[in-house]
Design a protein around this ligand. Structure first.
Ligand code: SAM
Length: 238
């Protein structure tokens, strides 16, 4: 994972990625009067920096110290931001992160990295507990329904990664989605993900207590097709 992320980060043009993702989640946060945000999947910092640029008070958490170090240096490189970083596993978030937040974001198809239902429930319950009474969770995921139901094109290309990076499913069943990522220098990385079905995630969100879950299609991040590539869930606490 680390080698893959470094490679991705080396190639990525953050401006192009911003253009590709658009303002959707920023606009959702602003429309709700959100000020204080916890980015629970900071990774190399793309979304945290985006939040800081837009003036949100942001805390950047991740389970990986290496990622946080990279995010911190990216913050300085892209706009001279000083990230407030905290190392924390989602399953024990309340132990390691203090305070409550107007919003939590978990973006970049990060939730797919949990492989047991118990962990998914625990993580969502921890997110719920860290939100203020009227807080909101924004979590995105790849459209695995299309993949599982055979409605997904074979090769997706990410043009915002310099030349181009492609992602192709190698193995897919209800318990595992394995992708191969190919980079312009011909290196390859294989990543295992849990294929989250859209309605399953919505159900889990409601079961941990979120009163309302709205799901939107796409940050339109790769190619155009009938099926959205990504879903974005917006879960409200009240
Ligand atoms: N949002 C960023 C983006 O889109 O560029 C980063 C997304 S990256 C795909 C996913 C991040 O989630 C990784 O940095 C990984 O360390 C983190 N992560 C995965 N499982 C985690 C867990 N259980 N607790 C905390 N962080 C976790």
């Amino acid at each position: 994972m680390t080698g893959f992320v470094e490679k991705w980060d080396e190639l990525i043009d953050w401006k192009k990625r911003s253009a590709s993702e658009g303002r959707f989640f920023i606009d959702q946060l602003k429309a709700r009067g959100v000020r204080k945000v916890l980015d629970v999947a900071t990774g190399t910092g793309f979304h945290s920096v985006r939040l800081l640029e837009e003036g949100f008070e942001t805390v950047s958490a991740d389970g990986s110290a290496e990622m946080l170090a990279k995010a911190f240096s990216n913050g300085q490189t892209y706009g001279g931001h000083i990230l407030r970083i905290v190392q924390a596993d989602w399953r024990f978030l309340n132990r390691d992160v203090h305070g409550t937040y107007d919003a939590i974001i978990c973006l970049g198809n990060s939730f797919t990295h949990l492989f047991s239902e118990r962990d998914r429930r625990k993580a969502l319950a921890e997110f719920y507990a860290m939100l203020k009474h009227d807080g909101v969770l924004i979590l995105d995921q790849r459209n695995y329904d299309a993949l599982l139901d055979g409605k997904y094109g074979n090769k997706h290309t990410y043009y915002y990664c310099g030349e181009e990076v492609s992602a192709e499913p190698e193995h897919v069943d209800e318990g595992l989605a394995r992708f191969v990522y190919r980079f312009p220098d011909e290196s390859e990385y294989h990543l295992n993900m849990f294929p989250l079905r859209k309605n399953y995630v919505r159900r889990l969100m409601r079961e941990v207590g979120f009163q309302r879950v709205d799901t939107y299609g796409d940050f339109q991040e790769t190619y155009q097709a009938d099926e959205p590539d990504f879903f974005i869930h917006i879960a409200e606490k009240e």
